[in-house]
Design a protein around this ligand. Structure first.
Ligand SMILES: N[C@@H](CCC(=O)N[C@@H](CS)C(=O)NCC(=O)O)C(=O)O
Length: 222
């Protein structure tokens, strides 16, 4: 089968790009990547011009494979699971799969307070900040999800559903935020963060991110 091409933004900042990258690399699917740097401000004409070659949607990530174009992280995760079924990117158990899909959708449309106030920025490590109630609620909800998935389906490995799945890929950027912003979490969440951020897939992404020199002012919190 031809290798898919994943089009992404800056590895230091592009949280949505990290998700399909983690799914591909975490599942061991061979792929090519094309990075289009954001520039200033985000959404600038130069970025959009380069991206237009692949999609008119105007956002990364985008996947091209076998003459098809798939855009938006969640659609890409679905496409990968369907195209490489033996990689079990969705859990094989139906109830686990239903939960995995639900929490991925919840991440895709929710956790706004955490996502908006604490942008992914892998090169920074912040001192603990005072968190408002809305952010604390996002973190509590996320930790509850993690605990439930691990308790019900996590017995065969360190990830949410035991083996690595799309759910771990989807939450990976949030885990980086919990770490870089020194957000207090339970011991079991800490272990889960360690499992995902310790994968070869994430370590490779991070090593590349740390070599980048582009600064995106909107994603720098002071
Ligand atoms: N819901 C979309 C969000 C994609 C998104 O917001 N991508 C950001 C980068 S992380 C982007 O392309 N920003 C460039 C811009 O806003 O011009 C997805 O899941 O793929």
């Amino acid at each position: 089968m031809a290798k898919p091409l994943l089009i992404i933004g800056n590895k230091n900042y592009s949280s949505w790009s990290l998700r399909p990258y983690m799914a591909l690399a975490g599942a061991g699917i061979a792929f090519e990547e094309k990075l289009i740097p954001f520039g200033q401000p985000i959404g600038n004409a130069e970025f959009l011009k380069k991206l237009r070659r692949y999609t008119k949607a105007g956002l990364v990530p985008v996947l091209q494979h076998d003459g098809l174009t798939v855009w938006d992280s969640l659609a890409i995760l679905e496409y990968l699971a369907e195209t490489w079924p033996r990689k079990n990117l969705w859990p094989t158990n139906k109830a686990a799969r239903a939960m995995a899909r639900s929490i991925c959708a919840e991440m895709h449309s929710g956790f706004r307070h955490l996502r908006n106030g604490f942008p992914m920025n892998l090169r920074r490590h912040y001192k603990p900040l005072v968190l408002n109630d809305a952010v604390l609620q996002d973190v509590a909800r996320m930790e509850y999800i993690f605990a439930q998935a691990r308790k019900l389906y996590g017995q065969d490995g360190p990830f949410l559903f035991g083996e690595f799945s799309n759910a771990d890929a989807m939450f990976a950027p949030a885990l980086t935020r919990l770490e870089t912003f020194a957000i207090p979490v339970s011991k079991s969440t800490g272990k889960y963060i360690h499992a995902v951020l310790g994968t070869k897939a994430f370590q490779k992404w991070k090593a590349d991110a740390l070599k980048e020199t582009w600064i995106v002012a909107e994603d720098e919190v002071d």
